[in-house]
Design a protein around this ligand. Structure first.
Ligand code: UDX
Length: 459
């Protein structure tokens, strides 16, 4: 069986390389010739552990090729996966469907044989039914040979674990309207099925909704614990212990209850907004209204870090002035939306870095992988090449992405480099005692900020 993958961004490039690894001949298509040239040379345009190796391996073996030609994929492949983006529309909550629509229309116009189109993009419910109609109408009009079917097969991969999640998925969900489409997909996914991955065969609507429901649930878990952070920051208490304690209940589970600066990335934020927009379109205005709060709680975390920075820099002043004092140097540790990724899309860390800069601080940013992408968005921040360079001479360090390099920092080594010993843990990964033992003012999200030593003594 020959596969094509339309769209060679994050999702498509991963899917293409992993399908080649499973033994298929794969042709990746993108409308961006620069991307296709790079991939054809075995160069991955983003960071993802293990993916570059797979790309090189299968470009060299000849099993994985790339093209910009719909005619070529339409003549050649039996199954076409569509993994193009569905970004948030500018100034609106809804998903921008123009890339999916363009990809499916182009396929419908160029396929010259029996084939299955498999949508993988995250889309508003109802899209697959609409696209199935579009495919049939387009082909009837052009009187093209061959039977073209559609299936929807959402993708649940996480950045940083994309290869593992694709080769060993924790479930396979397929929305189909024919026995034949299901059989084709069972053949494609024979390897993970043999490993025991649960197979969920359903209709288009359920398959589309599974994806947005999963992301909305994950976002809700994160904002749930972050809402409790607002309580523990006010009244006292330990947010991590709280998460551990409720997480022991298997009905709740501990994962995705890490309190911190909140969720970002190319999926969770835009998917919860697109879901609200879609249900409103369906006349169900109240149904997903709670997701507004999930989004608000998430965004308030960023305000909190900035407020905390102002408080710490003002040595614990409770009535914090509204801006960070100009000239104070803040080391921002991490700008990607999560570790093991170079992705800064909707990154809480980068947003906070920019807000601190706007508030007048002198911001030195260090991220093990994200500096380049971040500089593309906010070029005025000072991007430095190491942790040491970031903290040297700083009045305050703020950890915003939990890279191992930051989790493993030795406070005794950082202390002499800084002008003032102050750190904010925006991800709850540092051992507070280790930092305070060497004289740091330590503040963390989800914990009441203790005033400076002088004020405590004075009380
Ligand atoms: C997510 C979904 O997990 C994945 O299934 C879907 O296919 C795409 O969207 P991803 O965007 O790669 O994947 O990141 P994920 O690991 O889910 O993290 C999302 C965000 O939530 C990150 O910013 C992360 O830092 C944050 N997060 C996660 C928390 O703040 N606390 C947690 O406990 C977990």
């Amino acid at each position: 069986m020959r596969l094509s993958v339309i769209g060679t961004g994050y999702l498509g490039a991963t899917h293409a390389a992993c399908m080649a690894e499973l033994g298929f001949e794969v042709l990746g298509l993108d409308v961006d010739p620069a991307k296709i040239d790079a991939l054809s040379r075995g160069e991955l345009p983003f960071h993802e552990p293990g993916l570059s190796e797979l790309l090189v391996k299968h470009v060299q073996s000849g099993r994985l090729r790339f093209t910009t030609s719909y005619q070529e994929v339409g003549d050649w492949a039996d199954v076409h996966f569509v993994g193009v983006g569905t970004p948030q529309k500018a100034g609106e909550s809804a998903a921008d469907m123009r890339y999916v629509d363009a990809a499916v229309t182009s396929l419908a116009q160029h396929i010259t044989r029996d084939a299955l189109i498999v949508g993988k993009s995250t889309v508003p419910v109802g899209t697959a039914t609409r696209l199935a109609g579009l495919i049939q109408a387009t082909r009837a009009e052009l009187e093209l040979p061959g039977e073209v079917e559609l299936a929807w097969n959402p993708e649940f991969l996480r950045e940083g674990f994309a290869v593992k999640d694709t080769l060993h998925p924790d479930r396979l969900v397929v929305g189909v309207d024919s026995e034949h489409a299901e059989q084709v997909l069972r053949q494609v996914y024979a390897a993970p099925l043999a490993e025991g991955a649960p197979w969920i065969s359903t209709d288009f609507e359920t398959a589309e909704l599974v994806k947005v429901a999963a992301n909305a649930f994950l976002a809700t878990k994160i904002s749930f614990i972050n809402a409790f952070s607002e309580i523990t920051e006010t009244v006292g208490g330990d947010i991590t212990t709280l998460a551990d304690a409720i997480g022991h209940d298997p009905r709740i589970g501990r994962r995705f209850l890490n309190a911190g600066v909140g969720f970002g990335g190319g999926c969770l934020p835009k998917d919860i907004r697109a879901l609200q927009a879609r249900v409103s379109e369906l006349g169900l205005d109240r149904t997903m209204a709670f997701l507004n709060d999930i989004d608000d709680i998430n965004l308030r975390r960023r305000d909190r870090v900035v407020d905390l920075a102002v408080q710490v820099l003002n040595e614990g002043a409770v009535e914090a002035p509204s801006t960070v004092l100009p000239g104070q140097k803040i080391a921002v540790l991490g700008v990607t939306f999560k570790p093991d990724s170079d992705d800064v899309r909707d990154s809480p860390a980068l947003d906070v870095a920019n807000r601190l800069f706007t508030a007048g601080a002198d911001v030195a940013v260090y991220d093990p992988q994200g500096n380049r992408n971040a500089a593309g968005r906010f070029p005025r921040l000072d991007y430095v090449g190491s942790l040491e360079a970031a903290v040297t001479g700083a009045d305050l360090a703020i950890l915003l992405t939990e890279w191992d390099e930051f989790k493993q920092m030795d406070p005794a080594q950082i202390a002499p480099l800084m002008k003032h010993r102050a750190i904010i843990d925006g991800r709850n990964v540092l051992d507070a005692k280790a930092w305070t033992d060497v004289g740091f003012t330590h503040a963390a999200l989800g914990h009441r900020f203790k005033l400076s030593i002088d004020e405590e003594t004075a009380e």
